[in-house]
Design a protein around this ligand. Structure first.
Ligand SMILES: [Zn+2]
Ligand SMILES: [Zn+2]
Length: 157
C-alpha cells in the first residue's frame, strides 16, 4: 500500500485560547493557578515575536507588585518542558520563546519582523531512517526551524 502524501499544516496559536488551554492543563495536573503565574501568562501573550526569560522578567518588573524572578523562570521552564512554549533560535544566535502547543511541531521564523508560525506534519522520517543506517547513529530527536520572509514582509519587497 502506498502511503498517502504527508500533509503539512500551519498550527495557529491564538493568544486567548493558548492561555485558556495552559490554565486548563495546569488545573488538570493539579497545579494551583496562582495570581503571579497567571500574570506571567498574560505578559507572554502580549509578545508578537520571541521573548527571552530576562526580557519577560524585566517587562513584568514594570508592574506594581511584580512576580518574583524565581516564579518567572520556573513558569517558563515548566511551560517549555511541557510544550506550551517553543524555544526559538534566531539567526543571530539568540534564543527566545514563543507560545506553542504540546506535540511534534516545527517553526517558520520571519527574519524581517520576527513572527513565528508553527506547523505540524513532520516529513523527516525517511531522511532520519536513511541517515541512521548510513551512520549507524541512533537518532533520538531533532530540531528544525526554517528562516525566511512571512507573507506580509514578502509583499513589502
Ligand atoms: Zn515578517
Ligand atoms: Zn520533526
Amino acid at each position: 500500500m502506498v502511503n498517502p502524501p504527508l500533509s503539512t499544516n500551519p498550527v495557529p496559536v491564538s493568544p486567548d485560547s493558548w492561555k485558556q488551554a495552559v490554565c486548563a492543563a495546569w488545573h488538570a495536573a493539579g497545579n494551583r493557578l496562582t495570581e503571579p503565574r497567571v500574570r506571567v501568562l498574560d505578559a507572554i501573550i502580549r509578545y508578537t515575536t520571541p521573548f527571552s526569560a530576562e526580557q519577560l522578567y524585566a517587562d513584568l518588573a514594570q508592574l506594581a507588585d511584580p512576580p518574583g524572578r524565581a516564579t518567572v523562570y520556573r513558569t517558563i521552564e515548566q511551560l517549555s518542558t511541557s510544550g506550551w512554549l517553543a524555544r526559538i533560535h534566531t539567526q543571530l544566535g539568540e534564543a527566545g520563546y514563543v507560545p506553542s502547543l504540546p506535540g511534534h511541531l516545527h517553526h517558520l521564523i520571519c527574519t524581517n519582523c520576527g513572527v513565528v508560525i508553527a506547523f505540524a506534519g513532520c516529513a523527516l522520517d525517511d531522511l532520519l531512517a536513511r541517515l541512521s543506517t548510513q551512520t549507524d547513529f541512533a537518532i533520538e530527536d531533532h530540531l528544525l526551524q526554517l528562516y525566511g520572509r512571512c507573507a506580509n514582509c514578502k509583499k513589502q519587497c
